[in-house]
Design a protein around this ligand. Structure first.
Ligand code: SF4
Length: 102
């Protein structure tokens, strides 16, 4: 039986059509456009050095000798730590931490 003959069978056509295959298995074909990069930004002028953020997320921020916070690296939040990033934003009493998403 020829391939195009198989496509005349509705049930098989749904399974064999490439678009249909992608739609039915989205986890097998991750869409790059769905991935947004999250970055933490700390406003040094607002930071009062409580170190609260560091105690909650030492894998995202560090503090200097005076307790003032700074981001690790360029502030990019590794996959899986997004909730921690939001946690320190919500818990900074000076509203010194914000999140930028691309
Ligand atoms: S919780 Fe806020 S004010 Fe306190 S150290 Fe962290 S960024 Fe600074």
């Amino acid at each position: 039986m020829r391939f195009d003959a198989l496509l005349s069978i509705p049930r098989l056509a749904k399974r064999l059509t490439p678009e249909r295959g992608r739609a039915s298995h989205p986890s097998s074909f991750p869409d790059e456009r769905d991935h947004t990069e999250m970055k933490i930004v700390i406003d040094a002028d607002k930071c009062e050095g409580h170190s609260r953020c560091y105690s909650l997320a030492p894998d995202l921020v560090d503090v200097d000798d005076l307790g003032n916070a700074f981001v690790l690296g360029d502030g990019t939040v590794p996959d899986g730590l997004e909730d921690k990033a939001r946690l320190i934003v919500d818990n900074c009493p000076e509203y010194a931490i914000s999140i930028e998403e691309d």
